[in-house]
Design a binder for this molecule. Sequence first.
Ligand SMILES: Nc1ncnc2c1ncn2[C@@H]1O[C@H](COP(=O)(O)OP(=O)(O)O)[C@@H](O)[C@H]1O
Ligand SMILES: Cc1cn([C@H]2C[C@H](O)[C@@H](COP(=O)(O)OP(=O)(O)O)O2)c(=O)[nH]c1=O
Length: 213
Amino acid sequence: MIVCVEGVNGCGKSTLAAILVDMWTRGQAVALDPVQHTRFGGALRSAIMAAESLGADAETLAFASARLHTATALAGQRCPPARELVVLERWAGAVVAYGTVAGSSPFLLRALEAALAGALPVDVTVLVDVPGEVAAARLTQQTSTQANRFETRGSAYLERVRRQYLAWASLRQVPVINGLQDLHTIAGHVTRLIETTAAVTDPGGGHTTKETA
Ligand SMILES: Nc1ncnc2c1ncn2[C@@H]1O[C@H](COP(=O)(O)OP(=O)(O)O)[C@@H](O)[C@H]1O
Ligand SMILES: Cc1cn([C@H]2C[C@H](O)[C@@H](COP(=O)(O)OP(=O)(O)O)O2)c(=O)[nH]c1=O
């Protein structure tokens, strides 16, 4: 089972991914950042962050390339069986939302979105939605990790990315979860979506997750 959590920086993806992994009872569960999952992706991300002036299409292509390489790596390990859980922090939605705000060509974005969708069979995708202001405030409070250049552009930038994410979710019928709710309520929503999908893909598999409190 591959679950993808999309959303702007600070919407709660990493925290939610950790909760989902912790709640999984069927088999192994792992959360991963598909950009940095491989050494190649990590190196690309460092190069993107270090680049002084990177054109929008070059930047979008580089992010997508890192993600596509992760798809190859996951396929090499064979895609997870229904009893295992992989939670991806962003996939194709990020390319569209961040890429649109960056000013990438719509043709390139459409092609990359299709390539990403074809590269990995994501079972459940959700968008965790928070206003840019809330996301920016959460990021300012975070002291554990060093902010990247996308995280220091402020609430207006995050709000623009959020709007693109919402437009994408509406077009692709991706469920939108209100990220202002309590984390366990959010995890409960995602768990129900996972259970519904699991009932179709692994009908005899029994309960997927622990009860949410
Ligand atoms: N639903 C929530 N309510 C309140 N705070 C939250 C919620 N989700 C995440 N946070 C907090 O917001 C900050 C950013 O969360 P994080 O999971 O790192 O976001 P992301 O991975 O999307 O950048 C963290 O300090 C986290 O504890
Ligand atoms: C253009 C573009 C930007 N971004 C932005 C959003 C992230 O803040 C930043 C780094 O991505 P990533 O390493 O996936 O996430 P994070 O640092 O938030 O854990 O790049 C993408 O993720 N994908 C894209 O296609």
